[in-house]
Design a protein around this ligand. Structure first.
Ligand SMILES: C[S@@+](CC[C@H](N)C(=O)[O-])C[C@H]1O[C@@H](n2cnc3c(N)ncnc32)[C@H](O)[C@@H]1O
Length: 261
């Protein structure tokens, strides 16, 4: 795996517990999914399966496949997020064989994938059934993303060498959508995350920071210089840090009936 961040499932799970980005996404999906007739749906880079299970619950007639390359994430997904209409597959999206999906989710995967963004988005688009939708989700440049922006010189994880936010990915996503003859629109999700005490982080804060900053060693083993740097950060209103997510909705046109041509 490119980043190694997903070698254990706990740091990401702790992060998920304290952000409302998943529940806000699920509210949006609940409104929009029913108008997508999908026999099959794909959660590409499904991680711990939190979104896979939500989609399966919203679309009980749809078979929902979660694909992820991390064994630790998938083991959590299989144990905690299984439903009668879910199946989980360990492997990379690039070698997954499924196609003709009515709905595909690619949520927070681009920055962790070793394949370049164009190829990843193109790969997902080619798996869409006519009339199907691909949702590509990334964090926006405001709020939480600034922690990474400020700490980047001190971060040794290769995943941050080319760190991008939704605004940076959008031109590439747009180009791929256009060249495949798809429609594109964007939706902003005003999500946030529970404040982290940078001066005196709790055990949970330390796990979240380990995930957010891709730390290879536990927080307590970081250098004093690194901790001082973090303590200088003032983000949020004391309770929440703004953490907007953005969705690029890519729609593959439905096949027109020959009579309407
Ligand atoms: C931040 S997590 C996102 C999990 C989930 N989609 C969500 O939004 O909560 C990124 C996931 O992408 C997976 N991943 C990265 N590159 C991948 C690839 N090429 N194929 C499949 N999974 C990949 C990682 O293993 C990790 O579990």
């Amino acid at each position: 795996m490119a980043s190694g961040i997903y070698a254990s499932h706990e740091p990401y799970l702790e992060y998920c517990r304290h952000t409302n980005e998943k529940t806000k996404l699920h509210t949006l999906l609940r409104r929009r999914l029913p108008r997508i007739a999908a026999e099959r749906a794909l959660d590409a880079g499904c991680g711990n399966g939190i979104n896979t299970a939500a989609i399966a619950h919203m679309l009980p007639q749809t078979q929902v496949t979660g694909v992820d390359e991390s064994p630790a994430q998938l083991s959590h997904a299989r144990t905690h997020n299984a439903a009668p209409n879910t199946n989980y597959e360990q492997g990379r999206l690039e070698s997954h064989e499924g196609k003709d999906y009515g709905f595909i989710l690619l949520s927070h995967v681009l920055q962790y994938a070793s394949t370049d963004t164009s190829a990843m988005v193109r790969n997902a688009i080619t798996r869409l059934a006519p009339g199907g939708e691909l949702w590509v989700i990334q964090q926006g440049r405001e709020g939480l993303a600034q922690i990474i922006t400020h700490q980047r010189p001190l971060l040794d994880n290769p995943v941050f060498a080319d760190w991008k936010t939704f605004e940076d990915y959008l031109p590439t996503i747009r180009r791929e959508a256009r060249s495949a003859g798809c429609l594109l629109k964007t939706i902003k999700i005003g999500s946030s995350i529970k404040q982290i005490d940078f001066d005196d982080p709790s055990a949970g804060d330390k796990l979240r920071l380990q995930f957010i900053l891709g730390l290879k060693k536990p927080f307590d083993e970081q250098t004093p210089e690194f901790k001082r740097h973090l303590a200088r950060l003032k983000l949020g209103n004391g309770r929440r840090i703004s953490h907007p997510n953005h969705v690029a909705v890519i729609t593959r046109p439905a096949r027109r009936s020959p009579i309407l041509k």
